[in-house]
Design a binder for this molecule. Structure first.
Ligand code: CP
Ligand code: NVA
Length: 309
């Protein structure tokens, strides 16, 4: 099994076995980094990191991962590129392919990462679009695997907006063999095509949409939430009002499995989608989850463009 030369635009680009290989490689990288024994498999390679939206974790964890692997990150703010003045994504991809060995892009329309991947001759990685955030979910699954030793018999309950993170989680849980339940108000469901795809992977029963956050949380092994207003979304007042009943707080956490963990991709809006008490509480694994972004992305880059062992 090899991921060499591939793109990662959606969690659906991976088969279950490939996901497990990635998680195994991420765990291996994490151990090697702690032991000071990372093999520089990106030596002499350049990775372009393009951002059309703000980022803390994705930007720094990619840059750190590339450097740990002996490569060179080229961090680019799209507004300072010709991209910001109307040069096409395709032309940008063609040109960058002559300089670098991989490209990551954070942008708005998902179609843009697809266009970039079609034009580029090097692997393209989705660093978040309005539709998906697969790199986040690789780190989330790594964190769950560390905590529970695997995925069998586990269920993740996502409370709130059916956004990019929820979409990738639905696919990721289905691929990993975990149950996924989202509790959200009407009109805030994940993308319909993604739900269909997740159900084709994880079964009708394995991927559920409910209205009651208490129903979703009951017995769940992972409680997950994300912001109520994602980057680029308007209508803040309505969204905050509609999503208010879906807050991840101590009362909801009480209903979860006794070993349940709390996850959030961050940045958090404390007091909105999650309370301080829960985010900073003993069940929270959010800081491990954030650290795991770097390990998961190092594994991804190693498998896509790294030199073989
Ligand atoms: N979770 C995440 O992608 O964070 P950033 O927006 O800081 O990259
Ligand atoms: N759903 C959020 C995730 C941020 C990492 C957003 O798109 O803004």
């Amino acid at each position: 099994m090899s991921l060499k030369g591939r793109d990662l635009l959606s969690m659906a680009d991976l088969e279950a076995g490939e996901l497990m290989l990635l998680l195994e490689e991420a765990a291996r990288f994490k151990r090697a980094l702690r032991a000071g024994e990372v093999r520089p498999s990106l030596r002499g390679k350049l990775v372009a990191l393009i951002f059309q939206k703000p980022s803390t974790r994705t930007r720094v964890s990619f840059e750190a991962a590339v450097r740990h692997l002996g490569g060179h990150p080229l961090n680019m703010n799209a507004s300072e590129m010709q991209l910001g003045r109307g040069e096409s994504i395709s032309d940008t991809g063609r040109v960058l392919s002559r300089y670098v060995q991989a490209i990551t892009l954070r942008t708005f329309a998902h179609r843009e990462v697809e266009e970039l991947a079609e034009a580029a001759e090097v692997p393209v990685i989705n660093a978040l679009t309005d539709l998906e955030h697969p790199c986040q979910v690789l780190a989330d699954l790594l964190t769950i695997r560390e905590r529970f030793g695997g995925f069998d018999g586990l269920r993740l309950a996502y409370l709130g907006d059916g956004n990019n993170v929820a979409n990738s989680l639905a696919l990721g849980c289905a691929l990993a063999g975990m149950g996924f339940t989202i509790a959200c108000p009407e009109g805030y469901e994940p993308d319909e095509d993604i739900l269909d795809r997740a159900r084709s992977l994880g079964g009708e029963e394995g991927v559920r949409v409910v209205r009651d956050p208490r129903e979703a949380a009951s017995g769940a092994h992972v409680l997950y939430t994300d912001v109520w207003v994602s980057m680029g979304q308007g209508d803040e007042e309505r969204r905050l009002r509609d999503l208010r009943p879906y807050q991840l707080n101590g009362e909801v956490l009480e209903l979860a499995h006794p070993d349940a963990v709390v996850m959030h991709c961050l940045p958090a809006h404390r007091g909105q989608e999650i309370t301080d008490e829960v985010l900073d509480g003993p069940r929270s694994v959010v800081w491990e989850q954030a650290e795991n972004r770097m390990h998961a992305q190092a594994a991804l880059l190693h498998l896509l463009v790294g030199e073989e062992d």
